[in-house]
Design a binder for this molecule. Structure first.
Ligand SMILES: O=C(O)c1ccccc1N[C@@H]1O[C@H](COP(=O)(O)O)[C@@H](O)[C@H]1O
Length: 220
């Protein structure tokens, strides 16, 4: 049986962190992008991550932050992985990851004219640029960089999109099983689809999302 890894992103409250851990997510995401409604300061994230047990990952999401800013955050918050969700070049990702001594994933924001070859090329560029690179995260292209709850056209990417690909963009308990069976990503990542309001998670939606992934895992 496949076991799709699950990341729940955009956590801002201790009760939501507890719910996500109890529900069995593999990774928790914290948004260090000041323009996001889910933004948390490093000080707040340090409190939120203190409740995270061993073997559950903590992911720091950044949008066009400098290597120095990221290193400063990492000094205060125990993060396992960096997520670059802006326009960061391969060199910028490598510099920040090396300074922070942390691996990273890089977003590819899928547009209507994206082709499978574009993903393969992009993946190779980042892989060649840095030993800290751990894979691509696919999201729908939006002006706001991410967290918009927007689904991209999955048929633009091939089935079995890659051993390390993280799928995101408008996922929810309603559509995630289809995504897992259709694309077989290594992991799925959700923010808007498990919220009651921006930055406020909904425990029922979190449990429904994780149950839907686990049920789909039984069929692939
Ligand atoms: O969550 C945000 O506010 C955010 C801001 C800027 C860049 C990315 C952001 N979130 C990430 O976007 C994708 C898709 O989220 P959604 O499920 O469609 O809401 C996901 O990887 C979030 O981690």
């Amino acid at each position: 049986m496949n076991r799709t890894r699950i990341k729940i992103c955009g956590l801002t409250r201790e009760e939501d962190v507890r719910t996500v851990i109890e529900a069995g997510a593999d990774a928790l995401g914290f948004v260090f992008y000041p323009e996001s409604p889910r933004f948390v300061t490093a000080e707040k994230a340090a409190v939120l991550t203190s409740a995270v047990p061993a073997f559950v990952s903590t992911v720091g999401l950044f949008v066009n932050a400098s290597a120095g800013e990221i290193a400063e955050t990492v000094r205060k918050v125990p993060l396992s992985l960096l997520q670059f969700h802006g326009d960061e070049t391969p060199e910028a990702c490598h510099e920040a990851a090396a300074l922070a001594s942390l691996p990273f994933i890089r977003v590819f924001r899928v547009k209507p004219d994206t082709r499978s070859d574009d993903l393969i090329q992009y993946e190779q560029i980042y892989r060649n640029a840095s030993p800290f690179f751990r894979g691509l995260l696919l999201d729908a292209w939006t002006e706001a960089y991410g967290g918009a709850g927007k689904v991209f056209n999955w048929s633009l990417v091939s089935k079995g999109i890659g051993p390390r690909v993280v799928l995101s963009g408008g996922l929810s308990a309603q559509n995630v099983a289809g995504a897992v069976s259709e694309l077989r990503p290594f992991a799925v990542d959700v923010s808007s689809g498990v919220e009651a309001a921006r930055g406020i998670k909904d425990a029922g939606k979190i449990h429904a999302f994780i149950n839907a992934v686990r049920k789909a895992d039984e069929t692939v």
